[in-house]
Write a protein that binds this ligand. Sequence first.
Ligand code: HPA
Length: 244
Amino acid sequence: MKKATLVVIGGSGTSDLFQLEESEEISTPYGKSLAYWIRVAGKDVAFISRHGLTHNLPPHKVNYRANIYTAKQLSDNGYVVATNAVGSLNKRMSPGELVLADQVIDFTKGRVCTFFDGTNEKVVHTDVTFPFSSFLTSKILKASKRLGLKIHPKGTYVCTEGPRFETAAEIKMFKKIGGDLVGMTLVPEVFLAKELNLEYASICIVTNWAAGIAKKVSSEEVLQVMKNLAPKLKLLLEETIKLI
Ligand code: HPA
């Protein structure tokens, strides 16, 4: 089986990032996942579109287990970089900027969030004190320096259930408890990756000020900002792949 130097899990607005021609359907015990093979800097990279290429899967319907299991199957060394569109609660992190998530607060409600759901022999409690790969985040930071691209090295991501955006009061609370960013897709992805011992990093793309900071949040705004930022994101991913 072909192995990937890196698996990219692309979030909203990333389906046109690369030319996706060669696809492979992977069957997993959790359902199917579709991966696309691309070549970057002479390396094989697998791309999984989290919401599907036509953006038909809302955050709470994504098959996170199938995607992460597929990433495990396809990756050579277990390297996975995800992209996540986020709203910002932090004045220093403006729309149009990139942030490397380094912590997560989980406010999801109804998602299947583990591979260890009691049907295995043992009860497993995974350590997620530091959920993200220091190896991959250091490579992404180095790549951004090489490109002269601004990226915030740390940020606490609050994950909501969605698919609705938040209320102003929710955002006020998230700010109080230490959140910088809000999004709907990092959980359970990051924790499933940890359960399978993958090296996982998330490049967050700030697409909007969060609810209450902005008067209104809209999907159109999120997708438009993602579209404008796509070339930068592509360069950053390519430069990172060169460093792995
Ligand atoms: N809230 C939740 N998810 C998001 C947002 C937001 O403001 N922006 C992009 N994804």
